[in-house]
Design a binder for this molecule. Structure first.
Ligand SMILES: [Zn+2]
Length: 426
C-alpha cells in the first residue's frame, strides 16, 4: 500500500477507521487494518472527509474586487452593471492568473471540485478560453466543470445564443441561463425552454441562475421543472439561487415542491451571497432571501450550498472555504439540530458531488483517494471551527498540509495549562 491514515472519524459518525490507499484509490476502510504502507499517519480520531465540492462559482470574476470600482448599493443589479464595466478591460493573462491563484486557495481548503459559470456575453469569449486553459492546467489536482452563462440574458443580449453554442463547442460542459434578467417574464420562460431543449439535444447538463430575486412572482423554477420533466432531464438539471421562493406564497410553494421533486431538479443555494444581496429593497422587517432549504430537503429535492463569489463585483469577502459557506447556510436556514448540521456538511461535500455527477467520489473502497484530514473530531465541530485542513490528498498524493490550530494557555495563578482547538483563520 502507498499510504494509510489511521484512527480516523468519518462524517457518518464511524470512528477508529484506518483508510488504506494504493495507486490513487481507497483500497481498504476498516478498523485495525493489518497492513503497512510506505507512508502512515495517525490522525488521532480527527475527521477525515471526502473533499469539499463547490456547486456554484464564478471563476472569471473572482479576485477582481475593486476593479474598476466597488459595488455601492450592494445589489445584484449593480454587480452585473459593474461586471459589464470591467469586461472590456479583461485580459486573458489576468483572468488565468486570478483563477489559478483562487485554485491554490481552494486546494489548501480541501476544495477539489468546482462548477464555475463563465460569462459568454463577450463576443471575444475571452473568459471561456481562459477558464478552459485553467481547467487543463489544474486537472491533476482539481476538477473544474464549466457552465456557459449568458450573464446579460440569452434574449436580451445580442449574440448570446450563438456565443453560448460556440462556448459549448469549445468544450464548456453545462448549459446556463438567467431568466429573471430577461426583459419580460415571457422572455425569461422562453429562454428556459430554448436552453433546456438545447441541453436535451446535446445530452448536456443544465444549471440555471433562476429567480435570483425578491419578487415572489418570479416563478421560472416552475418553468424549469416543467421542461426538465417534459424532456426527461431528471438528475441533469439544477436551479441555482431560487431566492424568490423565500418570498413566495406558501400555498404556491406547497404545489411547487412536489413538481420539483417529480422533475428531478436539484437546488443550489448560495448562503453568503443570498444573505448579502437579497432584501436590499426592504426596510424592516428585512428578508433573508435564501431559498427554502429545509423544505426542499424534506420534499426530497437534492440541495447543495455554493460559494458563488469571492472578492468580486458581488461580494467583498470570501476565501474558498466551503466550511464558511456551510456555517452561514446553517445559520440562515436555522438548521441547528444535530442531524440538520450534519446535513449542512453533506451540502458542501456529497450533495454537490452528486449534483455535478462526479465519478469515483466518496469514502468506499474503489473511490479516488481524494481526502481531507480536518482539525476537528466530527462534521459539526468542523463547521463550528471552520477547522484547519491538516492534510489534503488528491489521488493518494499529499497536495496540501497545515499544522493543527491550537491555543496553549499559560495563565498566571493557573498551574494547569489548557489546550484547545481554535478556528482556522489563515
Ligand atoms: Zn452565480
Amino acid at each position: 500500500m502507498d499510504l494509510i491514515l489511521r484512527n480516523a472519524s468519518l462524517p457518518d459518525g464511524r470512528r477508529g477507521i484506518d483508510i488504506g490507499i494504493d495507486q490513487g484509490r481507497i483500497v481498504a476502510l476498516q478498523t485495525q487494518l493489518a497492513a503497512s504502507a510506505a507512508q502512515e499517519f495517525d490522525v488521532a480520531g480527527d475527521l477525515v472527509s471526502p473533499p469539499f465540492v463547490d456547486a456554484h462559482f464564478h471563476m472569471d470574476a473572482t479576485l477582481s474586487y475593486g476593479l474598476p470600482r466597488v459595488n455601492q448599493s450592494g445589489t445584484l443589479l449593480e454587480g452585473i452593471a459593474l461586471w459589464g464595466e470591467l469586461k472590456p478591460q479583461l485580459t486573458q493573462d489576468a483572468l488565468i492568473e486570478r483563477a489559478l491563484h483562487y485554485c491554490d486557495w481552494a486546494v489548501a481548503r480541501g476544495l477539489l471540485a468546482i462548477r464555475t459559470h463563465v460569462d459568454v456575453c463577450d463576443d471575444r469569449l475571452l473568459a471561456v478560453e481562459a477558464l478552459l486553459e485553467v481547467k487543463r492546467r489544474v486537472a491533476s489536482y482539481l476538477d473544474m466543470q464549466l457552465v456557459a452563462f449568458p450573464q446579460d440574458g440569452l434574449l436580451r443580449s445580442k449574440n448570446a445564443m450563438s456565443n453560448l453554442q460556440r462556448a459549448l463547442q469549445m468544450g464548456v460542459d453545462v448549459v446556463g441561463c438567467i431568466p429573471h434578467f430577461e426583459r419580460t417574464m415571457q422572455d425569461g420562460a422562453e429562454s428556459v425552454r430554448l436552453l433546456c431543449e438545447l441541453a436535451a439535444d446535446q445530452g448536456l447538463m443544465v444549471d440555471m441562475h433562476c429567480d435570483e430575486s425578491d419578487d415572489p412572482h418570479s416563478r421560472h423554477i416552475e418553468t424549469l421543472a416543467y421542461h426538465s420533466q417534459r424532456l426527461g432531464l431528471s438528475g441533469r438539471v439544477a436551479g441555482s439561487h431560487l431566492t424568490s421562493m423565500h418570498s413566495m406564497d406558501n400555498y404556491y410553494v406547497s404545489k411547487l415542491l412536489p413538481l420539483m421533486r417529480e422533475s428531478g431538479v436539484a437546488a443550489i443555494a448560495n448562503p453568503l451571497i443570498n444573505i448579502t444581496l437579497q432584501g436590499r429593497h426592504d426596510s424592516y422587517p428585512k428578508r433573508r432571501g435564501m431559498t427554502r432549504v429545509p423544505e426542499l430537503l424534506a420534499a426530497g429535492v437534492p440541495v447543495a450550498f455554493g460559494h458563488d463569489c469571492v472578492l468580486d463585483p458581488w461580494y467583498s469577502l470570501g476565501s474558498g472555504d466551503m466550511l464558511e459557506v456551510a456555517h452561514m447556510g446553517l445559520h440562515v436556514a436555522q438548521m441547528t439540530g444535530q442531524e440538520a448540521m450534519r446535513t449542512c456538511f453533506a451540502m458542501v461535500t456529497e450533495q454537490p458531488a452528486q449534483i455535478l455527477g462526479l465519478q469515483g467520489y466518496g469514502l468506499s473502497p474503489g473511490c479516488h483517494a481524494d481526502l481531507v484530514w480536518l482539525d476537528a473530531s466530527d462534521a459539526v465541530e468542523a463547521i463550528r471551527l471552520r477547522a484547519a485542513r491538516r492534510m489534503v490528498l488528491r489521488r493518494g498524493h499529499i497536495v496540501s498540509q497545515m499544522p493543527a490550530t491550537r491555543a496553549q494557555l499559560h495563565l498566571p495563578g493557573r498551574p494547569d495549562s489548557a489546550s484547545f482547538r481554535l478556528p482556522a483563520n489563515s
